[in-house]
Ligand binder design. Structure first.
Ligand code: FFO
Ligand code: ATP
Length: 190
Protein backbone atom coordinates (compact mmCIF):
# COMPACT_ATOMS: atom_id res chain seq x y z
CA UNK A 1 0.00 0.00 0.00
CA UNK A 2 1.19 3.57 -0.54
CA UNK A 3 1.76 6.13 2.24
CA UNK A 4 -1.38 8.13 1.52
CA UNK A 5 -3.63 5.05 1.80
CA UNK A 6 -1.78 3.73 4.86
CA UNK A 7 -2.03 7.17 6.50
CA UNK A 8 -5.80 7.23 5.95
CA UNK A 9 -6.35 3.62 7.06
CA UNK A 10 -4.24 3.85 10.21
CA UNK A 11 -5.53 7.27 11.27
CA UNK A 12 -9.01 5.75 11.12
CA UNK A 13 -7.93 2.60 12.98
CA UNK A 14 -6.36 4.69 15.74
CA UNK A 15 -9.38 6.99 15.96
CA UNK A 16 -11.63 3.99 16.41
CA UNK A 17 -9.70 2.65 19.41
CA UNK A 18 -11.76 2.93 22.60
CA UNK A 19 -10.26 4.56 25.68
CA UNK A 20 -10.10 1.10 27.30
CA UNK A 21 -8.14 -0.24 24.32
CA UNK A 22 -5.76 2.73 24.41
CA UNK A 23 -5.24 2.20 28.13
CA UNK A 24 -4.36 -1.45 27.68
CA UNK A 25 -2.16 -0.90 24.57
CA UNK A 26 -0.31 1.86 26.46
CA UNK A 27 0.39 -0.53 29.34
CA UNK A 28 1.78 -3.15 26.92
CA UNK A 29 3.93 -0.56 25.11
CA UNK A 30 5.24 0.70 28.45
CA UNK A 31 6.38 -2.89 29.23
CA UNK A 32 8.17 -3.17 25.86
CA UNK A 33 9.90 0.21 26.34
CA UNK A 34 11.07 -0.52 29.88
CA UNK A 35 12.56 -3.86 28.76
CA UNK A 36 14.74 -2.22 26.11
CA UNK A 37 18.47 -1.84 26.82
CA UNK A 38 18.90 1.91 27.43
CA UNK A 39 22.58 1.66 28.40
CA UNK A 40 24.99 3.95 26.57
CA UNK A 41 22.31 6.56 25.83
CA UNK A 42 22.98 10.08 27.12
CA UNK A 43 20.54 12.21 25.12
CA UNK A 44 17.19 10.53 24.49
CA UNK A 45 14.81 12.47 22.26
CA UNK A 46 11.16 11.69 22.89
CA UNK A 47 7.95 13.09 21.45
CA UNK A 48 5.23 14.51 23.69
CA UNK A 49 1.87 13.07 22.69
CA UNK A 50 -0.93 14.81 20.82
CA UNK A 51 -3.89 13.65 22.96
CA UNK A 52 -6.60 14.32 20.38
CA UNK A 53 -4.81 12.02 17.86
CA UNK A 54 -4.65 9.16 20.42
CA UNK A 55 -0.87 8.85 20.20
CA UNK A 56 0.88 6.54 22.64
CA UNK A 57 1.12 8.55 25.84
CA UNK A 58 4.89 8.93 26.42
CA UNK A 59 4.87 10.74 29.81
CA UNK A 60 4.72 7.63 32.04
CA UNK A 61 7.74 6.25 30.16
CA UNK A 62 9.60 9.58 30.48
CA UNK A 63 8.89 9.47 34.23
CA UNK A 64 10.26 5.91 34.32
CA UNK A 65 13.47 7.14 32.63
CA UNK A 66 13.79 10.00 35.15
CA UNK A 67 13.41 7.51 38.00
CA UNK A 68 15.51 4.65 36.61
CA UNK A 69 18.09 6.26 34.31
CA UNK A 70 19.22 9.53 35.90
CA UNK A 71 22.20 9.55 33.51
CA UNK A 72 19.83 10.10 30.55
CA UNK A 73 18.76 13.62 29.55
CA UNK A 74 15.32 13.70 27.92
CA UNK A 75 15.05 16.07 24.96
CA UNK A 76 11.75 17.21 23.40
CA UNK A 77 10.89 19.39 20.40
CA UNK A 78 9.23 22.57 19.39
CA UNK A 79 7.73 22.44 15.88
CA UNK A 80 7.91 25.24 13.34
CA UNK A 81 4.95 24.68 11.01
CA UNK A 82 6.28 27.16 8.43
CA UNK A 83 9.61 25.42 7.74
CA UNK A 84 8.37 22.02 9.06
CA UNK A 85 11.51 21.85 11.18
CA UNK A 86 12.05 20.91 14.80
CA UNK A 87 14.17 22.58 17.50
CA UNK A 88 15.18 20.57 20.53
CA UNK A 89 15.17 21.37 24.25
CA UNK A 90 15.95 19.57 27.51
CA UNK A 91 12.96 18.29 29.46
CA UNK A 92 13.07 17.85 33.24
CA UNK A 93 10.33 17.32 35.89
CA UNK A 94 10.09 21.07 36.48
CA UNK A 95 10.14 22.19 32.82
CA UNK A 96 6.87 24.05 32.14
CA UNK A 97 4.92 22.92 29.06
CA UNK A 98 2.30 24.64 26.94
CA UNK A 99 0.17 23.34 24.05
CA UNK A 100 1.00 24.78 20.61
CA UNK A 101 -1.69 25.52 18.00
CA UNK A 102 -1.63 21.85 16.89
CA UNK A 103 -2.16 20.45 20.38
CA UNK A 104 1.49 19.39 20.86
CA UNK A 105 2.92 20.03 24.35
CA UNK A 106 6.13 22.08 24.11
CA UNK A 107 8.62 23.38 26.71
CA UNK A 108 8.18 27.08 27.49
CA UNK A 109 11.82 27.69 28.41
CA UNK A 110 14.76 25.29 28.61
CA UNK A 111 18.19 24.66 27.12
CA UNK A 112 18.48 24.07 23.36
CA UNK A 113 20.30 20.89 22.29
CA UNK A 114 21.83 20.39 18.81
CA UNK A 115 20.49 17.47 16.71
CA UNK A 116 23.91 15.74 16.48
CA UNK A 117 23.92 15.29 20.27
CA UNK A 118 21.00 12.81 20.20
CA UNK A 119 21.91 9.18 20.87
CA UNK A 120 18.39 7.83 20.34
CA UNK A 121 15.10 9.24 19.06
CA UNK A 122 11.68 7.84 20.01
CA UNK A 123 9.68 8.63 16.90
CA UNK A 124 5.91 9.01 16.52
CA UNK A 125 4.33 7.23 13.57
CA UNK A 126 1.06 5.84 12.27
CA UNK A 127 2.45 2.58 10.92
CA UNK A 128 5.75 1.06 9.69
CA UNK A 129 6.55 -1.73 7.29
CA UNK A 130 8.75 -4.77 7.95
CA UNK A 131 11.82 -2.82 6.74
CA UNK A 132 11.20 0.01 9.19
CA UNK A 133 9.83 2.47 6.62
CA UNK A 134 7.62 4.85 8.50
CA UNK A 135 4.36 6.61 7.69
CA UNK A 136 3.75 9.80 9.68
CA UNK A 137 1.45 12.77 9.18
CA UNK A 138 3.25 13.67 5.95
CA UNK A 139 5.07 16.89 6.74
CA UNK A 140 8.58 15.40 6.91
CA UNK A 141 9.54 16.84 10.34
CA UNK A 142 11.32 13.67 11.43
CA UNK A 143 13.01 12.99 8.07
CA UNK A 144 14.51 16.50 8.21
CA UNK A 145 15.50 15.97 11.83
CA UNK A 146 17.24 12.62 11.10
CA UNK A 147 19.12 14.26 8.22
CA UNK A 148 20.85 16.51 10.81
CA UNK A 149 21.53 13.76 13.41
CA UNK A 150 24.72 11.70 13.63
CA UNK A 151 24.51 8.62 11.37
CA UNK A 152 24.62 6.15 14.28
CA UNK A 153 21.63 7.74 16.10
CA UNK A 154 19.21 4.98 17.16
CA UNK A 155 15.90 5.50 15.40
CA UNK A 156 13.21 3.95 17.56
CA UNK A 157 9.57 3.91 16.45
CA UNK A 158 6.47 3.49 18.61
CA UNK A 159 3.35 1.97 17.01
CA UNK A 160 0.02 0.70 18.28
CA UNK A 161 -0.14 -1.61 15.25
CA UNK A 162 1.99 -4.46 13.92
CA UNK A 163 4.24 -3.67 10.91
CA UNK A 164 2.62 -3.98 7.48
CA UNK A 165 4.31 -5.94 4.68
CA UNK A 166 5.49 -3.01 2.55
CA UNK A 167 5.21 0.75 2.08
CA UNK A 168 5.22 0.88 -1.74
CA UNK A 169 6.36 4.48 -2.25
CA UNK A 170 9.49 4.92 -0.12
CA UNK A 171 11.32 8.15 -1.04
CA UNK A 172 15.05 8.97 -0.96
CA UNK A 173 14.56 11.23 2.09
CA UNK A 174 12.81 8.54 4.17
CA UNK A 175 14.92 7.35 7.09
CA UNK A 176 13.97 3.82 8.24
CA UNK A 177 13.53 2.86 11.90
CA UNK A 178 16.14 0.56 13.52
CA UNK A 179 13.77 -0.68 16.21
CA UNK A 180 9.97 -0.57 16.47
CA UNK A 181 8.04 -1.03 19.70
CA UNK A 182 4.52 -2.40 19.37
CA UNK A 183 2.24 -3.61 22.19
CA UNK A 184 3.01 -7.25 21.34
CA UNK A 185 6.67 -7.17 20.35
CA UNK A 186 9.87 -5.18 19.88
CA UNK A 187 11.23 -5.50 16.33
CA UNK A 188 14.97 -5.11 15.66
CA UNK A 189 15.02 -4.25 11.98
CA UNK A 190 18.66 -3.55 11.14
N1 FFO B 1 3.50 14.15 19.31
C1 FFO B 1 3.96 14.41 18.09
N2 FFO B 1 4.75 15.46 17.90
C2 FFO B 1 5.20 15.73 16.65
C3 FFO B 1 4.86 14.92 15.54
C4 FFO B 1 4.00 13.81 15.78
O1 FFO B 1 3.67 13.03 14.88
N3 FFO B 1 3.57 13.59 17.06
N4 FFO B 1 5.33 15.25 14.29
C5 FFO B 1 5.75 14.32 13.35
O2 FFO B 1 6.22 14.62 12.32
C6 FFO B 1 5.58 16.66 14.05
C7 FFO B 1 4.26 17.40 13.99
N5 FFO B 1 3.47 16.96 12.90
C8 FFO B 1 2.15 17.26 12.74
C9 FFO B 1 1.64 17.25 11.46
C10 FFO B 1 0.31 17.60 11.24
C11 FFO B 1 -0.51 17.92 12.30
C12 FFO B 1 -1.94 18.29 12.05
O3 FFO B 1 -2.67 18.66 12.94
N6 FFO B 1 -2.36 18.16 10.77
C13 FFO B 1 -3.62 18.46 10.21
C14 FFO B 1 -4.73 17.65 10.75
C15 FFO B 1 -4.66 16.31 10.10
C16 FFO B 1 -5.53 15.29 10.75
O4 FFO B 1 -6.64 15.57 11.17
O5 FFO B 1 -5.04 14.15 10.88
C17 FFO B 1 -3.87 19.97 10.21
O6 FFO B 1 -2.96 20.63 9.68
O7 FFO B 1 -4.88 20.45 10.69
C18 FFO B 1 -0.01 17.90 13.58
C19 FFO B 1 1.32 17.55 13.81
C20 FFO B 1 6.46 17.17 15.15
N7 FFO B 1 5.96 16.83 16.47
N1 ATP C 1 15.75 15.94 4.63
C1 ATP C 1 14.77 16.65 4.05
N2 ATP C 1 15.00 17.89 3.58
C2 ATP C 1 14.03 18.60 2.99
N3 ATP C 1 12.76 18.17 2.81
C3 ATP C 1 12.46 16.95 3.24
C4 ATP C 1 13.44 16.14 3.89
N4 ATP C 1 12.86 14.97 4.25
C5 ATP C 1 11.57 15.07 3.85
N5 ATP C 1 11.32 16.25 3.24
C6 ATP C 1 10.00 16.69 2.67
O1 ATP C 1 8.98 16.44 3.64
C7 ATP C 1 7.88 15.69 3.10
C8 ATP C 1 7.86 14.33 3.80
O2 ATP C 1 6.80 13.58 3.39
P1 ATP C 1 6.53 12.10 3.95
O3 ATP C 1 5.28 11.66 3.28
O4 ATP C 1 7.75 11.23 3.82
O5 ATP C 1 6.27 12.43 5.50
P2 ATP C 1 6.15 11.53 6.80
O6 ATP C 1 7.48 10.90 7.04
O7 ATP C 1 4.97 10.65 6.67
O8 ATP C 1 5.83 12.69 7.87
P3 ATP C 1 6.37 13.17 9.28
O9 ATP C 1 7.86 12.99 9.31
O10 ATP C 1 5.93 14.61 9.35
O11 ATP C 1 5.68 12.33 10.28
C9 ATP C 1 8.13 15.62 1.62
O12 ATP C 1 7.39 16.65 0.99
C10 ATP C 1 9.65 15.85 1.45
O13 ATP C 1 9.94 16.54 0.27
Amino acid sequence: MNKADLRKTYKKKRNELSLEEVFSLDAQLFEQLTQYDWSGINYLHCYLSIEKFKEYHTLPFIEWIWANHPEITIVVSKSDFVSNELRHFTFYRDTPLELNAYGIPEPVISEEIAPFKMDAVLTPLLVVDKNGNRVGYGKGFYDRFFASCKPEVKKLGISYFEPVEKVSDVNEWDVPMDVVFTPLDTYYLK
